[in-house]
Ligand binder design. Structure first.
Ligand SMILES: *Cc1c(COP(=O)(O)O)cnc(C)c1O
Length: 386
């Protein structure tokens, strides 16, 4: 019998968790305060400072962050929200959660991002919000989306699940929308296992989101049971259970402190892939403009069977046999069974996103993979395609 556990295998996105994170989690366990408390507060302040925004509100996922941002914008039944089909299903699911209709506009075939132009063509009298995604860590044209939002009086919410470190036209992501939503899921650039954050400049939106994230109560448990005087709360809306815990924030505080060195590591892996795979018959990610900064979350190649002699699915299977895990970002959301059935979306609605979805393959990329792993991926790719 072959011992598969003994062969070299490069995981797709192993998290890099250091001694500082582990020490902080132990300190939380020893502190006796496990849920939302002083470490969430510290993480929120540090995140707001890193982004350069007025408010940062920690929640238990990016999905929760998106849901609360739509609610704070007043999006509801009968409204339309324009987004990209080339995203994780959560981006669209939250639009359905608030009773609105997702409207999928096509992406640019080269940047793979939603553009203000394609979003503009999808605006109707019912449009209430724009929800672009910084796909793979590459920032969208935030100035273009801001102008479109102002022209039609729309809320602008950015899904920055891939893009904590990104900059668009010189402006830090997290400062360019009404609300920006980040993910700290296990595979993301900054991880708390599960977690998310909303950033906003608006005092009103921040207050709404903070209350809605914890049952609609006027005061959290730390304010009620912490060192301050005993305090009562009132329920001012039927809120959600979306709060982040101090255990998660303990990870986040130290993941944030080391975020630039982990980005630098992914940039080195990225450049190595760029250089070592350049002559292969696949399409590599394009570079970004000087005033933009790419957060290097996903290294997505396009596999065109007529050029490459393998289909994307065959190449993925062969790489797996060669000890390399890959992933697909994304099957287009409008073609998922629920979206086809509920809204009547069909293939052909977004040709560029569908072309990308049929061919895209994400290679292993994380600060947690070693140089030897990177060379193993390159060797596997070259032995199949060179
Ligand atoms: C991961 C992801 C989400 C959801 O993030 P969670 O923190 O898991 O809720 C949303 N949008 C995109 C583009 C993602 O990749």
């Amino acid at each position: 019998m072959i011992d598969v556990s003994a062969r070299p295998f490069v995981e797709f996105s192993p998290p890099l968790v250091g001694a500082d994170e582990i020490g902080e989690v132990l300190a939380v366990l020893e502190s006796g305060w496990l849920s939302t408390g002083p470490r969430v507060d510290r993480f929120e302040r540090a995140f707001a400072e890193y982004v350069g925004c007025r408010h940062a509100i920690a929640v238990n996922s990016c999905t929760a962050a998106l849901h609360l941002s739509l609610l704070a914008s007043g999006v509801g039944r009968g409204d339309e929200v324009i987004t990209t089909p080339l995203t994780f299903c959560a981006t669209a699911n939250v639009i359905v959660h608030v009773g609105a209709t997702p409207v999928f506009a096509d992406v640019d075939p080269v940047t793979m991002n939603l553009t203000p132009e394609s979003a503009a063509a999808a605006v109707t009298p019912r449009t209430r919000a724009l929800l672009p995604v910084h796909f793979a860590g590459r920032p969208v044209d935030t100035a273009g989306f801001r102008a479109l939002a102002e022209r039609h009086n729309l809320a602008l919410i950015e899904d920055a699940a891939h893009a904590v470190e990104a900059v668009a036209g010189g402006a830090k992501i997290g400062t360019t929308a009404d609300m920006t939503c980040f993910s700290f899921y296990a595979t993301k650039n900054l991880t708390t296992g599960e977690g998310g954050m909303v950033t906003t400049a608006s005092d009103e939106h921040a207050a709404h989101i903070r209350t809605a994230a914890l049952h609609g109560m006027t005061r959290g448990a730390w304010a009620r049971y912490g060192r301050g005087a005993p305090a009562q709360y009132e329920v001012v809306m039927p809120g959600f259970k979306y709060n982040m815990t101090d255990l998660q924030a303990a990870l986040g505080i130290h993941q944030l402190a080391s975020i630039e060195s982990r980005l630098a590591r992914r940039e080195r892996v990225w450049r190595r892939y760029d250089q070592a795979l350049a002559d292969l018959p696949v399409t590599q990610p394009v570079s970004v403009d000087g005033a933009d900064r790419h957060a290097r979350h996903l290294y997505t190649i396009l596999v065109d069977e007529t050029r490459c002699r393998f289909s994307r699915n065959t190449l993925q299977a062969l790489l797996y046999e060669g000890g390399v895990a890959t992933s697909i970002h994304f099957a287009p959301v409008h073609l998922q069974p629920f979206y086809q059935q509920a809204f009547g979306f069909r293939r052909g609605l977004c040709p560029s996103a569908e072309m990308i979805a049929d061919r895209t393959l994400s290679l292993p990329l994380s600060a947690g993979i070693s140089d030897a792993d990177v060379e193993h991926v390159i060797d596997a790719m070259r032995s199949l395609l060179a």
